[in-house]
Design a protein around this ligand. Structure first.
Ligand code: ZN
Length: 106
């Protein structure tokens, strides 16, 4: 999984979350802050393009408050991604399953 791809997925999820939950057309300050934080974490990820999804990662480099926020976004937008961005969602799902299998073998 490329960092760029995960960045795109996360951005879509945060935008979807903000649009539906906060009723904003553009990202509100809170969500924008979250997106910037995620981008920062991704750009510092020690795994580079070998990384798994943050949700599968063992390191958990997010600080607790941001971790809670992103979890909430994932919970909300995860199932909805299938509806709004089906191709990306299915791809993401496949990658997640593949990674889980890979990790399970170790
Ligand atoms: Zn928002």
């Amino acid at each position: 999984m490329k960092i760029e791809e995960e960045r795109k997925v996360v951005e879509l999820m945060i935008k979807l979350y903000c649009k539906k939950k906060h009723k904003n057309k553009e990202l509100c300050n809170d969500c924008n802050e979250l997106l910037e934080y995620v981008n920062l974490r991704l750009s510092k990820c020690p795994f580079g393009d070998q990384k798994t999804f943050c949700s599968n990662c063992k390191i958990h480099c997010y600080k607790p408050i941001m971790r809670e926020k992103i979890k909430e976004v994932m919970r909300f937008s995860g199932p909805r991604m299938l509806f709004y961005h089906p191709i990306i969602a299915i791809k993401h799902l496949k990658e997640t399953i593949k990674e889980k299998r890979k990790n399970g073998k170790k």
